[in-house]
Design a protein around this ligand. Sequence first.
Ligand SMILES: [Zn+2]
Ligand SMILES: [Zn+2]
Length: 397
Amino acid sequence: MTEFYVDLHVHIGADSQGRPVKVSGSRKLTFENIAKECFSRKGVDIVGIVDAAAPGVISDIEQLIDSGEMTEIPGGGIGYRDRVVILLASEVETSEENRGHSHHLILLRTLDTAKAFSRSLRRCVSNIFFSTPVCAMPARDLYRMAMDTGAIPFPAHAFSPHKSIYGNCVRRLDDAFPLELLDSIFALELGLSADTDLADTISELSEYTFLSNSDAHSLPKIGREYNVMLLESPSFDETIKALRRKDGRRVVANYGLDPKLGKYHRTYCPRCSRTFQHESPPVLVCPECNSASVVRGVLDRITDIQDYSAPKHPAHRPPYRYQIPLEFVPGIGPKSIDKLISKFGSEMAVLHTAQEEELREAVGNKAARLIIEAREGTLPLVAGGGGHYGKALINDG
Ligand SMILES: [Zn+2]
Ligand SMILES: [Zn+2]
């Protein structure tokens, strides 16, 4: 078996006709460009595109298959140039009675599954043409509907404050899902502001496979979080086996941002415009103005609902490795990023395998040192909150 780089949460900005799909997404984020970016710059082998139930995207896929540019592969998924496999998926927003909204990802095996799911979804969402359609049903009904079409649903960015199952809906998954449904959910996406150490303080999560995905809204953000999976070959079926940890297939590592760099790591008070970096969690009301209308940080929420004060990792849990994407490394601009990618072949190679000596030749001593410090996790970090990313700083002296 071989290790593959897998990012299962990438959005479409627009279809090939220029019609917007994700309004806040980059227009360059088309189905075809995502495949190209993974192939030629990112080094991502399997990419999940989560707007594949939108009709404009479906017709783009049909066209790419008809022209021979892409092909459906036998194990499920769409192949591009013998190296990148695209998994079709859909992100959907649901709402719990008297509680909040949450996002869920649904993996779709084939284009036919995507079409069937799109037809069912169309009946219960206000606008099927846009990204992350809002569906007037609780998550459990969406999961039943998805499973009926043979699709695989799981919670997206499970702890984020505005739109997630733990963030603003429930303290325990069995408050949202009946047991027979819970038994058929086997994965959960951590989101940028959480990691395995945080999620493994919640006892009911020990059987789940954790995913670290980018939730990219632009091409450069693809792969800022990803999973390394051990698979026989890149396909939908093999990926699902890895999520279920069957026949030796598994996630062997999660690579993600240090959760401090995520946009919602700590509680933020909009009234005081402050993120509470140093207060011990959970911060649930603003320590300055006592307002309870704060944007609850992921660390604060998890601390509030956790069963253990320190993580208890189950034996199957792979390591979570922090990575600082090149975009976040201080002093590395778009020009240096282009130079690095053309020298080393992909961002993955720059971040993980390039030697300091070689980096120096490409971008000079100072930048090379910063990339190595980012890799070693020695850059000082300021936590994000309230929708603002955290920051990596330069070490003094
Ligand atoms: Zn989402
Ligand atoms: Zn998303």
